[in-house]
Design a protein around this ligand. Structure first.
Ligand SMILES: *[C@@H]1O[C@H](CO)[C@@H](O)[C@H](O)[C@H]1NC(C)=O
Length: 536
């Protein structure tokens, strides 16, 4: 039973990776960093080839997650290639994402164990079903967002804090120490907003006497130092080929070629102190509670409220995440991914509520009703997730376009293709540059590997047409190119546009006809990218 529950968590995360293998611009820094470390290693000789040197983002971000992910992926990639499972670089991207998904699924499995121990197995099962029924977290847990790197250590910390037998009041001292050490590490290295989650958890632990004030300070200080130390250690390890590297120079200073650089601290300075994050748009104070949280949790939200009303253990569990959201609501710029860490805790609360409702099914009419409502909420979650997944699968035109293109011209030599901005942002990652080096040693390069993939931005149709060696374009507008008479349209690539209600006109009897019923919600796609070939 436990095994089946864990398998379901893993299978869900893998399914999302396999259904939507391409990635978007938010993931691209870490994806490309992983790509570069996998392909070139972290030595100085190859550093100039790294993607961030050509396309730096607005703020430097840490490489640590990508380095660790690349290290974890390389043995997997080696084994996969020995078994003939790795035929393109896209397969390698999928391997990277599956490794990350597995790591995060492991975090959820540990929390599942906690739930079974403290609240009983049926609640554990509800926890798993609710988690898998949601869209955002399972969809994103195999995507290389910095937040998804932070998710694993945060989940480990929750596991350490909450894993104990149902009646025991106190977590063990070692667990509490480990939890705060992990949270500090995560806040220092990966995502600074985790500090806002750490604060209410620490206050709660103090009030419940799970830890003394002096010990908390000591742990925080030691682990903070240790995190920066680990940083240094990783730096030395990650750049073993670089001689005479000073101990204090962090890997990120080295990789970004700026000294000294602590990306998360710089991020706070840039986004909070200088207020730059507001440039990305601000949302009202209540946006997290009224818009992001419902989207992340779906039906778990009302169930979590019920769970909290029923059980004081649940109230103790959800209080810190609620305070965290209150704190982070004070920042103007809001994104769902900043609060993703609290979803597992709300799901525990929701599982408690859901099992209370479901276990009432033998208790007369009211009991049967609550059972049905609980099952209905779960079914609704799955329905929303299926619809969202369907739309997301069609939402990576850049990835589909470049993959199609690679296949279509697989036997042609010396292709030089320009990839437009939209294509690069919607899936045309470095891993899709299959007909051009680099390749990892264990992979056999395809027969044609002399292509040039050109991502240079801000080029006008004229720049792309006249006196350039470009042979093909993947572009979001075809008209002005075809008008020049030098390009012909080869293919167009569709992407998700919107959902359309297809209300049947034939009255209720028509609705009951099954095929028609299935087509009530229709996905509309439109041409988003065009593949053009030079004619002269
Ligand atoms: C991409 O193509 C443009 C137009 O020909 C050219 O100016 C640019 O140097 C190319 N970039 C690379 C990296 O080859």
């Amino acid at each position: 039973m436990s095994f089946a529950m864990d398998l379901l968590l893993l299978a869900t995360s893998w399914t999302h990776v396999l259904l939507a293998p391409y990635t978007k611009v938010e993931e691209s820094f870490n994806l490309h960093a992983t790509h570069d470390v996998l392909m070139y290693g972290a030595g100085r000789d190859n550093l100039h080839k790294f993607d961030h040197n050509t396309f730096p983002g607005a703020v430097p971000r840490t490489f640590i997650g990508s380095i660790l992910l690349a290290w974890l992926t390389s043995p997997v990639a080696y084994v996969a290639s020995q078994r003939g499972l790795l035929s393109t670089k896209l397969d390698l991207q999928i391997a990277v994402r599956l490794v990350l998904a597995t790591l995060n699924a492991t975090g959820f499995m540990l929390i599942r164990r906690t739930v079974c121990r403290r609240f009983g197995r049926p609640t554990g099962l509800m926890y798993v079903l609710l988690t898998c029924s949601q869209f955002h977290l399972p969809f994103w847990m195999g995507r290389t967002l910095p937040n998804m790197f932070a998710l694993f250590p945060v989940n480990l910390a929750f596991y350490a804090l909450y894993d104990r037998a149902s009646q025991s009041q106190y977590p063990t001292r070692r667990n509490v120490d480990a939890a705060f050490a992990l949270l500090t590490f995560t806040a220092v290295v990966f995502r600074s907003e985790v500090a806002l989650l750490l604060a209410p958890l620490a206050i709660q632990a103090l009030l419940l006497r799970h830890i003394s004030f002096m010990r908390l300070i000591r742990i925080g200080f030691l682990s903070g130092m240790f995190s920066i130390g680990t940083y240094c250690y990783l730096c030395i390890e990650g750049s073993a080929t670089v001689e005479r590297l000073a101990l204090t120079v962090t890997i990120d200073s080295y990789l970004w070629n700026q000294w000294p650089l602590w990306p998360e601290l710089y991020g706070i300075y840039f986004n909070v102190y200088q207020g730059k994050s507001s440039d990305w748009g601000t949302s009202p104070l209540h946006a997290y509670f009224l818009s992001h949280l419902p989207k992340l949790l779906l039906g778990s939200l009302p169930l979590a409220v019920l769970g909290a009303a029923l059980d004081n253990r649940v109230r103790a569990l959800v209080l810190p995440p609620v305070l965290f959201i209150v704190l982070i609501s004070c920042l103007g710029h809001k994104e769902w991914r900043f609060i993703i860490y609290v979803v597992p805790l709300f799901n525990i609360a929701a599982a408690r509520g859901a099992w209370w409702m479901a276990s009432r099914r033998k208790g007369g009419l009211f009991g049967r009703m609550t059972f049905l409502v609980a099952m209905g909420i779960l079914a609704l979650n799955y329905a929303i997730t299926i619809v969202s997944t369907r739309a997301s699968m069609a939402n990576y035109p850049g990835g589909s376009a470049l993959a199609t293109f690679n296949d279509q011209y697989a036997h042609q030599h010396a292709v030089q293709v320009h990839i437009s901005n939209l294509a690069a942002q919607t899936g045309a990652s470095l891993f899709l540059q299959n007909h051009s080096p680099p390749y990892i040693p264990s992979m056999t390069a395809p027969a044609t590997n002399d292509w040039v993939y050109n991502k240079t931005e801000n080029l006008s149709p004229r720049d792309l047409t006249i006196s350039t060696p470009l042979t093909h374009l993947i572009t979001e507008s075809s008209v002005e190119f075809i008008r020049t008479g030098r390009w012909k349209l080869v293919d167009s690539v569709q992407g998700f546009s919107r959902w359309k209600w297809n209300l049947p006109r034939g009255g209720i009897t028509k609705v009951l006809e099954v095929p028609l019923w299935l087509s009530v919600l229709e996905m509309e796609t439109n041409d988003q990218l065009y593949i053009l070939e030079r004619t002269k």
